[in-house]
Design a protein around this ligand. Structure first.
Ligand code: GCU
Length: 138
């Protein structure tokens, strides 16, 4: 099945704001995490069956320091302190991909920022690959 992109600005956002002041994003903007620990972006993604999926997080980090993120799927930790390092500017976007097991149907993928300065700017989550058909029309 084709990969499906979920825009961060359409997700559930806590301690972050939707912004569009740095170009190169998809959709209508991106999420700018507050510069404080504990913010998150929670995506609801649909899988056609249980199995591994690739989760691609598109981000920008215009600072010189890491902006780590924690990833949970359906409340269970998948990655903690995953590094999201400098991308060379706030308009330079990169994608970091991890693999996680999804259940059939709706899944919550929460991307939390544990660091003192919050997360990188987050553009989207692309779900694809693996054994999972990520859209019902596939
Ligand atoms: C700058 C930048 C924001 C970014 C912020 C940060 O203000 O314009 O897009 O989110 O730095 O450090 O998180």
């Amino acid at each position: 099945a084709a990969a499906v992109r979920y825009e961060a600005e359409s997700a559930l956002i806590s301690q972050g704001t939707v912004a569009s002041n740095h170009p190169g994003f998809t959709g209508s903007g991106f999420v700018d995490y507050d510069n404080t620990p504990g913010g998150f972006v929670e995506f609801t993604v649909t899988a056609a069956g249980p199995g591994d999926a690739s989760l691609g997080l598109r981000f920008a980090n215009g600072t010189a320091a890491d902006r780590p993120l924690d990833i949970t799927v359906n409340g269970a930790a998948v990655a903690a302190g995953l590094p999201f390092g400098p991308t060379g500017g706030w308009s330079s976007w990169q994608t970091r991909t991890l693999t996680a097991a999804l259940e059939q149907g709706a899944n919550t993928v929460r991307v939390s920022a544990p660091g003192a300065l919050g997360g990188p700017n987050l553009d989207s989550l692309t779900v694809g690959g693996g054994a999972v058909a990520t859209d019902w029309s596939a």
